[in-house]
Structure formats: C-alpha cells, structure tokens
Design a protein around this ligand. Structure first.
Ligand SMILES: Nc1ncnc2c1ncn2[C@@H]1O[C@H](COP(=O)(O)OP(=O)(O)O)[C@@H](O)[C@H]1O
Ligand SMILES: [Mg+2]
Length: 263
C-alpha cells in the first residue's frame, strides 16, 4: 500500500521543501520508489529545487488544460519522481487552490511509487488539508524559535480537529543556543514526539544550488546522517552513520606538507 507523508509547518522558511527533497533522496537510497509533490499551487518551489525548471506539462496544465496527470510525472536524480506544480498566473484565476481534491490526484498517480512526499503550503489551508488522502502521515517541521513552534502548534491543533495523523515533528536548522527552545520544551508545547533533529548546515543550501541533495554531496556530515536516520526510522530499518574519513584528511595534509609522497 502506498504511504503518503505530508510536511507541514505553519510558518514559511523553516525547511519543509528542503526536508521533502533531502528525505526523498534518502528514502530512495534505501531502495524506495519516491514521488514528490508540491501541494502549494501558488508558491511552489519543489520543481526548482529538483532541477525541473521548464517542464512541458505541470499540475496547472492538468487542472485547467485537460492534460493527463501521467504527462506530468518526471524522473529526476536517484530515480525519484516529481510532479511539478508550475505556475500560470492566467490559470490561477480559474483555479481555486482551496478546492482541489488532492486525494483524487494522489489516487491517480499511486502506481508511480511506494512513498509519496507532499510539501504542504505554509499557513492555514484547511481546505488543502481536508483534501489529503485518508492515510496521510503528517510530519511537523519547525525550528527552535518561538514563532515557528507557535505556528506548528496551530497546525497540530487543526490537524487534530481534522483527524490527520501526526507522526511527530522534525526540528530543523538546529544549533546549540540557550536562548532557543530545547527539544524537550518543543515536545511539551507540541505534545508530539521529536522524530528527527537536523542540524543547521550551509551545505544544505549549497548542494541544492547544484540541484543535488546534501546526502549525496556530503554523506558523512551530521546533517546527512540525521536525514538518513530519519529515513531509516520511517521505514523501520537500521542505519549506521557514515563517519567522516579522518584518515583521508590527515593523509591529504601530510601530502600537502611533503611528509607523504604523491601516489
Ligand atoms: N538544515 C538546514 N541548514 C541550513 N539551511 C537550511 C536547512 N534546511 C533548510 N535550509 C535553508 O533554509 C531556506 C528555507 O528552506 P525551505 O526548504 O525553502 O523552507 P520552506 O519550504 O519551509 O519555506 C533555504 O534557503 C534552505 O536552503
Ligand atoms: Mg517551501
């Protein structure tokens, strides 16, 4: 049976899209068939991040131009599939993004993968949320700051009302600072468990600028190991963190200062 995992945050800019993308790559490294979708018809950016800059057919074409959804499933790196949302300002006038049946769309593409990752729009979009597939597992994404946790709490309360199951929250862009909320404080505010802690890492942005995921570009970094661990936990699999190759670094320094000959 297909799994539908939705990332929600309330607040924008906390890393929903980055986590959708990086986790998608991580899950595919575990052998899963992954399909990613951006459920924000107005401010979609998953297509840009996955390198789909000018796809012929996008979800907007499917919604207003009688194109079939099969025409807008694209394969990107690691065999991951993406349904780009695109944007046509003209067609936005004819689409009410609040009344799209995501459930129907997800059903139509369910043959394209095992795990469907959905990047939900920021803010309260009760109608988008109500149209999610019934067996959706939602994951809240937050930073350690009060505004992002407060907005995640609004989503948690709304999802409870809508009977959307929440697996837990991912604490993203984490760094140690006594002025920020701790993992335990966030757990007691949101009343759901922390299922992933992704450190702040500039490599996330740099690798995405290259159209790649941090788990491919720098697999031994704490951030990549955290993303891989989250993927393993979601699949109920084991993951052994990849250690940085210290010997390699020492060898390169020794060669640099002339203590070791070049091969
Ligand atoms: N763990 C992280 N460390 C550092 N930067 C990150 C991390 N996660 C996301 N970012 C950066 O933060 C910015 C906002 O992330 P994005 O995924 O677009 O947020 P959202 O989809 O929630 O609006 C992007 O520039 C992204 O590269
Ligand atoms: Mg986003």
């Amino acid at each position: 049976m297909s799994r539908f995992i939705a990332f929600a945050s309330g607040k924008g800019g906390v890393g929903r899209t980055s986590i959708t993308f990086n986790l998608g790559v991580a899950l595919s490294l575990f052998g899963e068939e992954v399909v990613m979708l951006d459920l924000d018809l107005v401010m979609a950016n998953l297509d840009v991040i996955t390198g789909l800059l000018n796809p012929d057919v996008t979800l907007h074409d499917v919604l207003v131009r009688d194109k079939s959804i099969d025409e807008c499933v694209y394969e990107v790196n690691q065999g991951i599939r993406v349904v780009p949302t695109g944007i046509h300002f003209e067609t936005l006038k004819h689409i009410n993004p609040n009344y799209i049946s995501w459930n129907k769309i997800m059903n139509e593409i369910s043959d394209y993968g095992d795990i469907f990752l959905m990047d939900l729009p920021a803010g309260i979009n009760a109608n988008v949320f109500e149209g999610l597939p019934e067996n959706t597992e939602a994951i809240l994404v937050t930073q350690s700051t009060m505004p992002s946790v407060a907005d995640a709490l609004k989503i948690r309360i709304l999802f409870n009302e809508l009977n959307i199951k929440i697996s837990g929250f991912v604490l993203n862009m984490w760094y140690d600072d006594k002025f920020l909320l701790s993992e335990n404080e966030i757990e007691s505010i949101l009343e759901v468990p922390m299922i992933g802690l992704i450190p702040y890492d500039r490599e996330v942005e740099r690798s995405m600028a290259l159209g790649r995921s941090v788990v491919e570009v720098n697999p031994s970094s704490p951030t990549s190991n955290a993303v891989m661990q989250l993927a393993a936990d979601l699949l109920g699999k084991e993951y052994k963190p990849i250690e940085p190759n210290k010997e390699g670094i020492v060898g390169r320094i020794k060669k640099f200062v002339g203590l070791l000959p070049d091969e």
